[in-house]
Design a protein around this ligand. Structure first.
Ligand SMILES: [Zn+2]
Length: 296
């Protein structure tokens, strides 16, 4: 009898309330995918935005507030990439996911942020990228730091799962390293290639693989181009011999297509997040697709 009771007690420990999954909300699809990788079956994860949305401008909806109210944890990109999440978190009035709470994870912690403004920030610089360029997840190597932040957050909320999160982090980094090697190998012949990007979102990617961005079609982040700026882009592309134009799926393709025609460059419709294009389902797919398009 005593043995049975002990067995039941042990069962209760593993299958009791402690086994309830942590409810994690993320601001982006990439973060949802990464959190699922690290959290495994101890977490249920949902992203507020989808991969085909411009992550600077996500329309807040009441359904998002309801989900945040029930969440144990919030994982965000930070800087000013997902500032729209602030009003949602405020409306949710859930102390577990506010800034500084154990369930608050900003994956930019420990990232070397590029293009941090020096000196005075004014309206002439545009309204976004005010803390530096927030598109750091597009250097795949940065995802190791992001995953580490997520693992630390999960371990804070669920200390008994810490060894699982640590093991998942280790196996993630191992797979990432193998993929990085493959991507670097495929991109090696493109080192020094000059490119143009629609939005200033690819500097981390360019840095990781030795590409050089000579112009952005947006004159400033978030500002659509004037005809005069488009002329300037065309001139620069001809002078530098830029070969590609990267355009996220949520930007218009007409301008870049016209520029491509006039310069002989290739305008590539790309995804900057999981779900950004059909067939780009995961964070790793983002790079598989892009590397495939550029190196073929
Ligand atoms: Zn941006």
């Amino acid at each position: 009898m005593k043995k049975i009771l002990m067995a039941l007690a042990a069962l209760a420990l593993t299958a009791g309330p402690a086994a309830a999954k942590l409810k994690v909300m993320t601001t982006t699809s990439d973060l949802a995918w990464l959190t699922q990788r690290i959290g495994g079956d101890r977490v249920s994860v949902e992203s507020i935005s989808t991969g085909d949305q411009d992550l600077h401008f996500v329309e807040p909806r009441p359904s998002m507030v309801v989900k945040l109210r029930r969440a144990d944890m919030l994982v965000r990109i930070g800087l000013d990439q997902d500032m729209w999440a602030d009003s949602l978190v405020a409306a949710a009035r859930n102390g577990k996911i506010v800034y500084g709470a154990p369930g608050y994870v900003d994956t930019s912690v420990g990232i070397k942020v590029l293009q941090v403004p020096t000196g005075r920030v004014d309206a002439a610089m545009g309204d976004i990228h005010i803390f530096g360029n927030p598109h750091y997840w597009l250097d795949p190597a940065n995802s190791a730091i992001m995953a580490r932040n997520i693992a630390a957050g999960l371990a804070r909320l669920d200390p008994s799962g810490a060894p699982v999160y640590e093991a998942n982090l280790t196996s993630y980094k191992k797979e990432l390293d193998a993929r990085l090697e493959k991507w670097r190998e495929a991109m090696a012949p493109l080192k020094g290639t000059k490119i143009v990007t629609y939005h200033n979102s690819w500097i981390y990617f360019a840095g990781a693989f030795g590409l050089e961005i000579v112009e952005n079609i947006e004159p400033k982040p978030g500002i659509p181009p004037s005809p005069a700026h488009i002329d300037k882009v065309i001139r620069t592309m001809k002078e530098t011999g830029a070969r590609f134009i990267l355009v996220e799926s949520y930007y218009p393709m007409k301008g870049p297509g016209m520029i491509a025609e006039k310069t002989g460059a290739g305008a590539l419709r790309v995804a900057s997040s999981a779900g950004g294009l059909p067939g780009v389902k995961t964070y790793f797919d983002v790079f598989d697709f892009l590397v495939g398009e550029l190196s073929r």
